[in-house]
Design a protein around this ligand. Structure first.
Ligand SMILES: [Mg+2]
Length: 188
């Protein structure tokens, strides 16, 4: 077994023992080791490029979680509203929001769009979404009838992680650009 696989199994096992039923990941700079524009052309080189930037440690970890029956979900600010004006100019081939995230992950991981919350609150001027990723986490958690303590959340943004920890989630700061087993810090 490779070192990466061993680390993935150990971390997934630890979370399982801790009672975690769902692991939620941020997308940009957590699953990806770069920041995306939040959209890509369905058959363009940008989509292929993002697929190459999915963290190898994340792929191994996602497989280890799935082997233990732990759910995987994504909480991202890559809102489809970011893609909407580009789609008007360049046509329907432009993917945004959860469809974009799903397409980037497709070669590595099968995830349903229902398990992706892609929303950037400041773009929704006439709605009053709570700050940070509170809305995302609440949607994903309540959809499964879970308590915050049964959900682990990984994000490279310290503000999002700190807020999630305050809400009672098991919140882990990804301190590198892209998920790596040796760059994780539990925040309490
Ligand atoms: Mg991020």
């Amino acid at each position: 077994m490779s070192i990466r696989r061993k680390k993935a199994e150990l971390l997934a096992q630890g979370l399982k023992r801790h009672g975690i039923e769902l692991v939620v990941f941020d997308f940009d700079r957590t699953i990806l080791d770069k920041h995306s524009k939040g959209f890509a052309s369905r058959d363009g080189s940008d989509l292929k490029d993002y697929r190459h930037h999915v963290s190898c440690d994340f792929i191994a970890f996602a497989a280890a979680l799935a082997r233990r029956g732990i759910g995987i979900a994504i909480a991202t600010f890559a809102d489809d509203l970011i893609a909407a004006p580009i789609r008007l100019l360049r046509g329907r081939n432009i993917l945004g929001g959860s469809a974009f995230v799903k397409a980037v992950l497709a070669p590595h991981l099968s995830i349903s769009e229902q398990d992706i919350v892609a929303l950037y609150p400041p773009l929704h001027l006439f709605s009053s979404y709570p700050p940070f990723k509170r809305y995302h986490l609440r949607c994903l958690r309540l959809g499964r009838g879970l308590r915050p303590a049964q959900v682990a959340f990984f994000d490279d943004d310290a503000g999002n992680v700190r807020d999630a920890a305050k809400q009672g989630y098991v919140a882990i700061h990804v301190t590198s650009c892209g998920f790596r087993f040796n760059s994780l810090s539990l925040m309490s």
